[in-house]
Design a protein around this ligand. Structure first.
Ligand code: GTP
Ligand code: MG
Length: 458
């Protein structure tokens, strides 16, 4: 799909299968003409009045047969989701009936909508910017209430206002710069480079906070990664299985059982967590194990928090110290677990050096409640629970934001030092890239990438 279209589109908005109600949406300039051909209202009310609900029948024009008894809700441009004339037809939720009604609509002046086309029209008609579009996309795929709230928050438009305000401040500076470059002889006020530098520095700082909030937002939206770390045989896979409530990972007495990282989702409170089981950390015995350990290190780098698992029934060795060092090196929140508490204990308390150890037996299944409670506390203390500030960006938007930051950082460092034409180039790039974040400047190909992730009917 490459052009902006102004024809009339229709699609089923509810999932296939049997349900109480099926919903069909029609949007575009000819919406009411299409409906007038196929919809007979039950009462005397004139059709269509704006923003009304009508009870009536969908009639196949050729045969005059009734396809279904429906409710039709009317929305008149620009006060609709798409900004166009739009109706929502509630049918009975039988796919045979729903398909028949859609078919009649398509034979009488509408075309089948493509994935995301309703939202694309909302964007093109200025009903929402790209940040709000991203929020809709993430709201539809949210797997937890915290993810949904994050998206709903963004739909309120605060991130949109922020980006649009920053962009227009930069644009003002750019316009002034361009004017003084292009018309130096005119009586244009000379640019106060000191003031400019100060303002750019301020904007850069605000944008850096925004970018941090976007990074945190994508962590929450993607599920917070928590990696289990420990030497071979300490019981990582047993703990993973116990937390998931099923035998996901293979558990054996052979050290080095888990060779690759395993990732599974679970909910802790309102948070969606990705629990990652890893290959035990030690000096690798063979090439496969070496690769596994390499992946463990990568999982540590990507994780939001770590759980160190230690075998309480064994004396600590070099591998345990390696694990502890890795936990401390990573600079992330971590918990330490003394596993195998059902056996005689050989791991001295001193090994944990005053860190609060969580005593569990993955085999007998106790202590895990404490682990989950502590994990929840770690999330709450991280500030990620305060999703009011968090921002959701799609892949293209993240790249654009990073580019905008780099260009703005150059401009901010160079203001007062650099030639003004160089400064203008950096500012222009920052303005352009910010336009890609909120959609004020965006090309059709990027839009295709954004909307192809939507379902048909949205
Ligand atoms: N007694 C006892 N045995 C346990 C406990 N947790 C795990 N085990 C046993 O310890 C052995 C190793 O457990 P795993 O869960 O495979 O350990 P791992 O850390 O995933 O090991 P690798 O994948 O090899 O790194 C198995 O024989 C488990 O049954 C426990 O709490 N108590
Ligand atoms: Mg394992």
């Amino acid at each position: 799909m490459s052009k902006v279209r102004t024809d009339t589109i229709a699609a089923v908005a509810t999932p296939p299968g049997r349900s109480a109600i099926g919903l069909i949406r029609v949007s575009g300039p000819a919406t009411f003409e299409v409906l007038k051909k196929i919809f007979k209202t039950g009462g005397k009310k004139t059709f269509p009045l704006p923003h009304c609900v009508y009870y009536g029948s969908i009639i196949e024009p050729g045969s005059g047969l009734t396809a279904d008894k429906v409710l039709v809700t009317t929305f008149v441009a620009p006060h609709s989701y798409t900004g166009e004339n739009l109706v929502e037809i509630s049918t009975h939720g039988n796919m045979v009936v729903v398909s028949k009604v859609l078919q009649i609509i398509l034979l009488n002046g509408a075309r089948g909508a493509e994935a995301g086309e309703f939202t694309r029209r909302a964007f093109l008609n200025g009903k929402m910017d790209l940040l709000e579009v991203e929020a809709v996309s993430q709201l539809l795929s949210a797997g937890s209430m915290s993810q949904a709230r994050l998206a709903l928050n963004q739909l309120d438009g605060l991130p949109s206002h922020f980006v649009s305000r920053v962009r227009s401040r930069l644009l003002d500076h750019l316009v002034q710069l361009e004017a003084s470059l292009n018309f130096p002889e005119d009586a244009i006020e000379a640019i106060d480079e000191h003031l400019l530098a100060r303002d750019l520095k301020k904007i850069l700082a605000e944008l850096q906070i925004f970018a941090d909030n976007a990074r945190n937002g994508s962590m929450v939206a993607g599920g917070l990664k928590v990696a289990l770390l420990g030497r071979p045989n300490s019981g990582k896979s047993s703990i993973m299985n116990y937390m998931l409530g099923r035998e996901r990972a293979i558990v054996t007495e052979v050290a080095g059982t888990t060779r690759d990282t395993l990732e599974e989702s679970l909910m802790i409170g309102n948070y969606s967590i990705k629990l990652i089981d890893t290959a035990g950390l030690r000096e690798p015995g063979d090439r496969i194990e070496a690769i596994g350990i390499e992946r463990t290190r990568r999982a540590v780098d990507e994780a939001f928090a770590l759980i160190g698992v230690f075998d309480g029934a064994d004396s600590p060795d070099g591998d345990d110290r390696l694990v502890m060092a890795e936990l401390e090196r990573a600079g992330k929140p971590f918990l330490v677990v003394r596993n195998k508490a059902d056996l005689a204990q050989r791991l001295p308390d001193a090994f944990f050096e005053g860190k609060q150890q969580i005593v569990v037996s993955a085999l007998k299944g106790y202590g895990l409640d404490q682990l989950v409670a502590d994990l929840r506390r770690v999330i709450e203390e991280s500030g990620l629970a305060e999703y009011e500030d968090l921002v959701l960006l799609g892949a293209q938007q993240s790249t654009a934001l990073e580019k905008a930051l780099t260009a703005l950082a150059r401009a901010s460092a160079g203001a007062g030092q650099m030639y003004q034409d160089m400064l203008a180039i950096d500012l222009e790039e920052a303005v352009r890239e910010l336009g890609r974040v909120n959609g004020e400047t965006v090309d059709v190909n990027t839009l295709d990438l954004v909307f192809e992730r939507f379902c048909i009917g949205k």
